[in-house]
Every structure is written in C-alpha cells, then in structure tokens.
Design a protein around this ligand. Structure first.
Ligand code: NAP
Length: 284
C-alpha cells in the first residue's frame, strides 16, 4: 500500500503559513502583496484557473486584480496593459494566463513582464536563473512537486529520478530542480525508446504528459515514488491524471492522486512567488 501524498493538506498548511507571513509583511510595510492576472478571451478552463487564483489571493490577504480582455485584443493593447501594471506599485506580480489566442505572440508578451514581477517564472531571465540554480521564483508546478517531496521527507539526493515530459513549464524545470537537489535525472519524451525500461529504473517518477492513465503498473519499480502532474478530463467530465492509479498504487511507496495531488500545490506556489516579489520589492 502506497502512502497517498495529500496535496490538499500540504497546500492548506502552506497557505496558512503564507497568510501569516503576509499579515506580518503588511504590518511592517503598510501595504499588501499584490497580484495582477490578465486573461485574454473566454477559454472556460482559463476562466476557472483565473477565478481560483483570485480566490486564493483573497484567502491569504493579498491585493489582487483580474483584467479581462476580449479575444480580439491586439499585441499593442496587451503590451500597453503590462506597461501600466509594470509601473503600478500596488502590483508585485503580473501573470498573463496562457494559452493566449493564436494571433498574440506569447514569448513577446512574457518578455514584456519585468523579471522581478514575473511570478510564473517564464521570463527568459528567470528561466536562465533556474538553470544556474540562483532563483527568486520557480515555475509553480515543479516548485509544488519539490515542496511535496520535502514535506513528505523524501530525499532526492542520489536517487534515480525520471521525468516524462519536456515542456518548458513542467518537464524541463522539473528535471532541473531534481538535478539541483542532487538527483540523477533522466528526461523522457515522445521519442524515447523503450520508455518502460527507463521508467522502471526510477526511484522517483514524475509524469507530465497529458495522456490519461498512460503510466501503468508494469512501468514502475517496486517502492518508487510516483508524482502525477497530469490533468485530463474524461468524457464523463471527471478529472484524471497521467498515471493509472489502480495498477501503479500497489507497487509505489508513495503516490499523488488526481485530483488532490499536484494541482492544489500549483496556485499555492504562485502565492509564494508573489509574496517573495513583494518582499524583494521593499528597499529597492
Ligand atoms: P505538453 O506541453 O503537452 O508536454 C507534454 C510532454 O509529454 C511533451 O514533452 C511530450 O513529448 C511528452 N509526451 C507526449 N506523449 C508521450 C509519450 N507517448 N511518451 C513519452 N512522452 C510523451 O504538456 P505540459 O504543459 O507539460 O502538461 C503535461 C500535463 O500536466 C497535462 O496533463 C497538463 O494538463 C498537466 N499540468 C498540470 C498542472 C498542475 O497544476 N497539476 C500544471 C501544468 C500542467 P514531446 O516533447 O516529444 O512532444
């Protein structure tokens, strides 16, 4: 029987701690940490994420603003909004909800956010800092996974870590963080030959593919720690991960469920980054 890693509980405890530090920050400085979220268009999933981010900000005592812009917003209009927020001293974190409508250049938009307000940690400067191991902000999902491992007392040092997925927002930074924690890291992707042979070597297996129930029990070593980043909607509307929980759980020593695993940690780390941005803005 694997230990079920309870992301909801870890997220709740972390948020309580963030709320305490936020109150102390406001007490000392006379203002709240502030997050601005920009959403362009009407993608229903993005609207849910943005609502959840606003709610989470309110819960920990942040100032927060959501800017809803129409789908036909131009680059100039969006860059103009970022420019205004750049100079707004109530705002310490600026987040542009991705994906953007196709006519907008995501890389150019991300590059327009000042690195010190880039609480998603997607800016080139922040991406480079992650590589060097000298960061203020970490991308929220991989940071949430590291927090969970730490909370559960799972030591990464010297372990064989396998990450499936090499996206810029999850797989690549995840691999880098495991490397910084002294794991021996292998990154797998759609061209990996004999994936199961590689994944069976993992002491810690992180799965971020986007394919429901893709990793099955025969792909996992006895006693492995399995972290399921995947979030997939089944035909019946239920959320499911990339790991086939029923066949993997009996072999794992610890595993994250979906829902209730990595998901709740992601927004929590966004709050952590926003508080860090506010703290670092003081005295500048
Ligand atoms: P992505 O950009 O689509 O990347 C998917 C990765 O999986 C790619 O690197 C791809 O390889 C690899 N892949 C696809 N099929 C594969 C296969 N058959 N074998 C091995 N590798 C394969 O996705 P993402 O943004 O990283 O997200 C991954 C999952 O995490 C999604 O379900 C997403 O919804 C979820 N997610 C969850 C959270 C959270 O808060 N819990 C946050 C972000 C994302 P190639 O590079 O070769 O194409």
């Amino acid at each position: 029987m694997a230990k079920i890693i309870d992301g909801k509980k870890i997220a709740a405890e972390t948020r309580r701690n963030i709320a305490e530090r936020t109150a102390a920050f406001e007490n000392t400085n006379g203002f709240k940490p502030g997050l601005a979220v920009i959403i362009v268009g009407e993608d229903p999933a993005s609207q849910v994420y943005v609502r959840n981010k606003k709610k989470a900000c309110e819960e920990v005592g942040f100032y927060s603003q959501v800017y809803e812009m129409p789908a036909e917003t131009t680059m100039d209009e969006l860059l103009g909004k970022i420019d205004t927020l750049k100079n707004d001293n109530r705002i310490h974190g600026i987040l542009v909800q991705l994906p953007l409508p196709k006519h907008l250049d995501e890389q150019e938009i991300i590059a327009a956010i000042p690195p010190e307000k880039d609480v998603d940690a997607f800016h080139l400067i922040n991406t480079g800092k992650i590589m060097l191991g000298e960061y203020s902000f970490l991308p929220c999902t991989p940071a949430g996974v590291m927090k969970m491992l730490e909370y559960e007392g799972i030591d990464v040092s010297g372990k064989d870590c396998v990450v499936i997925g090499r996206s810029n927002i999850v797989g690549k930074p995840m691999a880098m963080l495991l490397l910084h924690a002294n794991g021996t890291v292998t990154i797998c992707h759609s061209r990996t030959r004999d994936l199961a042979e590689v994944t069976r070597r993992a002491d810690i297996l992180v799965v971020a593919i986007g394919k429901a129930d893709f990793v099955t029990g025969d792909m996992v070593k006895e006693g492995a720690v399995v972290i399921d980043v995947g979030m997939n909607r089944r035909a019946d509307g239920k959320l499911t991960g990339d790991v086939d929980f029923a066949s993997v759980e009996p072999k794992a020593s610890a595993i994250t469920p979906v829902p209730g695993g990595v998901g709740p940690m992601t927004i929590t780390m966004l709050l952590e980054n926003t508080l860090t941005a506010a703290v670092e803005s003081v005295g500048k």
